[in-house]
Design a binder for this molecule. Structure first.
Ligand SMILES: NC(=O)c1ccc[n+]([C@@H]2O[C@H](COP(=O)([O-])OP(=O)(O)OC[C@H]3O[C@@H](n4cnc5c(N)ncnc54)[C@H](O)[C@@H]3O)[C@@H](O)[C@H]2O)c1
Ligand SMILES: O=C(O)C(=O)C[C@@H](O)[C@H](O)[C@H](O)COP(=O)(O)O
Ligand SMILES: [Zn+2]
Length: 350
């Protein structure tokens, strides 16, 4: 199904129009406890949402799991959802991933709409049809590709976002900038995300979504080009899963920022990415995101996690690398020793 993405200035009108666009019997809104409190009021009173049931899960990526999924399925069943119902996911990427997967699988598929409320879910998670949950200590281990029928983006949700979650989303924007080419990448290195001007940010959000949409439209099921959107994620997901496993979770975008530094280092060594651009990006990451809390004793565990990356075939660990900003090289591999060098680089610098 084609995905309609709306960057709105009239949230309630656009939500009402999206709900009315397809006949349905009941409406369910999936939130986490924080978005129920902070974001649900922004759509209350919307035409078509009278009588909608709200299903809420605990916030945080540790809850993007089978227990929360079971809770959503159970509540949908208990409250009488049918295949002709409409599900609205109101939240960050945790809610849009899990709610999208719950809707896609309940009675083999219920129509859903995403209303992303974090920067990360606006520019990335709510768009492009990847849904799923973490499982077995691995990120997004179980899921399906299925587009939300509509994605309605309103950056005014970001007024209640904290600095860390803005930075987290900004890391995926930086990834899109690196994939897009020099002007987009350079603009992102100079924009002040620490004291954001929301008007300017809205324009950058639109540019960022356009990068993802273009790639997804050419390869919706990640058979080739879409692996580009996984830049930074082979190592980033390993940082994220490892942090969760030792009880010190980090935000997805922080893990991606660290992963970008490491994978640009590999790009520099293996596909000729310019060293100056590596240094500029790595410095930006270090200044805003710090460094990952790992030591060389964690390297083998991190590499073991990378062996589960979804891009892998056989025993090789697969990476998306760059020959330059905008010059994408998918299906590259690196040896454990090369990966350890990249991990040394982020910890210690060149
Ligand atoms: N499907 C995809 O293509 C895709 C892309 C990127 C990331 N992801 C996934 O997205 C998830 C991360 O998403 P996220 O960064 O949005 O995290 P998140 O959904 O966990 O939200 C982060 C925190 O912000 C809170 N929050 C949400 N909206 C808020 C608001 N407007 N004001 C104040 N607080 C708010 C949440 O309750 C939560 O505590 C990860 O699971 C990642 O794997 C998926
Ligand atoms: O949309 C995509 O494709 C991406 O890879 C976007 C990533 O930012 C996102 O984190 C995605 O969920 C990762 O997917 P996975 O297939 O590596 O689990
Ligand atoms: Zn990501």
């Amino acid at each position: 199904m084609e995905q309609g993405i709306v960057i709105t200035k009239c949230l309630k009108e656009d939500v009402a129009a999206a709900v009315a666009a397809r006949p349905h019997d009941r409406t369910f809104i999936i939130t986490d406890d924080t978005t129920r409190r902070l974001c649900l009021p922004l759509i209350s009173g919307t035409r078509g949402l009278e009588g909608a049931d709200v299903i809420s899960i605990h916030p945080g990526d540790a809850h993007k799991d089978i227990e929360s999924l079971t809770h959503v399925w159970t509540e949908l069943g208990r409250l009488g959802a049918t295949r002709h119902s409409c599900v609205i996911n109101l939240g960050g990427g945790m809610v849009t991933d899990l709610g999208g997967f719950a809707a896609s699988t309940f009675k083999r598929g219920v129509d859903f709409i995403n209303i992303p409320t974090t920067l990360l879910s606006m520019v990335d998670a709510s768009v492009g049809g990847k849904t799923g949950i973490n499982f077995n200590g691995l990120k997004n281990e179980v899921g399906v590709f299925n587009n939300a029928r509509r994605v309605i983006i309103d950056t005014s949700f970001l007024k209640t976002s904290d600095r860390e979650n803005l930075l987290s989303g900004y890391a995926e924007m930086l990834k899109h900038g690196l994939l897009n080419g020099d002007p987009a990448w350079a603009v992102l290195l100079t924009y002040d995300i620490e004291s954001p001007d929301l008007e300017r940010l809205s324009a950058l959000v639109a540019d960022s979504i356009a990068v993802k949409e273009r790639i997804v439209s050419l390869d919706p099921h990640e058979e080739g080009l879409r692996k580009a959107l996984n830049l930074g994620h082979t190592i980033g997901h390993a940082f994220e899963s490892h942090a969760l496993s030792v009880g010190r979770p980090i935000l997805h975008g922080y893990a991606v920022a660290y992963g970008l530094t490491c994978e640009l280092y590999l790009s520099c060594v293996k596909t000729g990415f310019p060293e100056g651009k590596l240094r500029q990006t790595a410095t930006f990451v270090r200044e805003h995101y710090g460094t990952p809390a790992v030591s060389c004793k964690d390297y083998d565990a991190l590499i073991e996690l990378m062996r589960h990356d979804k891009k892998n075939t056989g025993t090789d660990i697969n990476f998306t690398l760059l020959a330059d900003t905008g010059d994408i090289r998918t299906d590259r591999t690196a040896t454990p020793d090369e990966i350890k060098e990249a991990l040394d680089f982020i910890r210690e610098g060149l």
